[in-house]
Write a protein that binds this ligand. Structure first.
Ligand SMILES: [Zn+2]
Length: 256
């Protein structure tokens, strides 16, 4: 088999046996892919400081005839994102980005825009200018928009309106969108725990973030309430669609 190469971000690393590692990447050429690095725990030269979470690498690999795991031959370090290793809240936000990419993508389904978004998301956490919780919220919003699973924040899912006179608004994961106070008062039945309150100012901030290019997202400012509501909305929306918990959200919220 011919040796191949691609840029790739490490999103999961596991020890395998005495000396090997199994590494999962989100790569430019293949999307999510996993490879085995033989002797990675012993080989200082080839892989030291490279097969670590968040690193952006140029990997050289060979396909296997018998398995979906490629064989990692060599890796060159392109970016290391050191702040994500020294600041625990930023590390946790980085873990969240990796967990989201692991859960929302399939193997061998490349998406160059998603690869760029992941690089942007890690770089944004590394820049250290804004709270890591904001970075996590913005990353998930843009990820969901790219994948076509964005929450619908354009108006009430029943009457279509988005106005102060219709407040307070709720977000209902089951409809992937909003229900206004007026519709809720008119006998719309809700089970407890199936919705969460969200203020109009948070809705408009999240809508702006959905529309802006990633490079322009640093203009947005989250109040503590907007960050709390935005994180709760994305967590509930993602959990509902994936039918599983993204564990790093809880850790990140504890530290924010
Ligand atoms: Zn309504």
């Amino acid at each position: 088999m011919e040796p191949l190469r691609t840029a790739a971000v490490v999103i999961e690393v596991r020890d395998y046996g005495e000396a090997d590692k199994i590494v999962t990447f989100y790569s430019l050429a293949r999307g999510r892919m996993s490879g085995i690095a033989k002797g990675a725990k012993r080989s200082l030269k080839r892989f030291v400081n490279k097969l670590e979470l968040f690193t952006l690498l140029e990997i050289h690999f060979t396909d296997s005839r018998t398995s979906s795991l490629v064989r990692l031959d060599q890796a060159e370090l392109l970016e290391h994102f050191p702040l994500l290793r020294s600041d625990y809240a930023r590390y946790t936000a980085g873990i969240l980005l990796c967990e989201l990419v692991l859960q929302w993508t399939k193997e061998n389904d490349p998406d160059p825009a998603l690869f760029d978004l992941l690089k942007w998301g890690l770089g944004n956490l590394q820049a250290g200018e804004r709270p890591p919780l904001w970075g996590a919220i913005l990353f998930e919003l843009k990820l969901l928009t790219l994948l076509g699973y964005q929450p619908d924040l354009s108006g009430c899912s029943l009457c279509g309106r988005l106005a102060a006179s219709q407040a307070p608004y709720r977000f209902r994961p089951a409809v992937h969108g909003l229900v206004c106070g007026a519709c809720a008062r008119q006998g719309y039945r809700e089970e407890p725990g199936t919705w969460l309150m969200i203020s109009l100012s948070t809705i408009s901030l999240l809508r702006k973030a959905q529309e802006l290019e990633p490079t322009k997202l640093s203009r947005l400012c989250f109040s503590p309430q907007a960050a709390r509501e935005g994180a709760a909305l994305l967590r509930a929306h993602g959990n509902h669609i994936l039918q599983r918990e993204i564990f790093a959200w809880e850790q990140l919220l504890k530290q924010s």
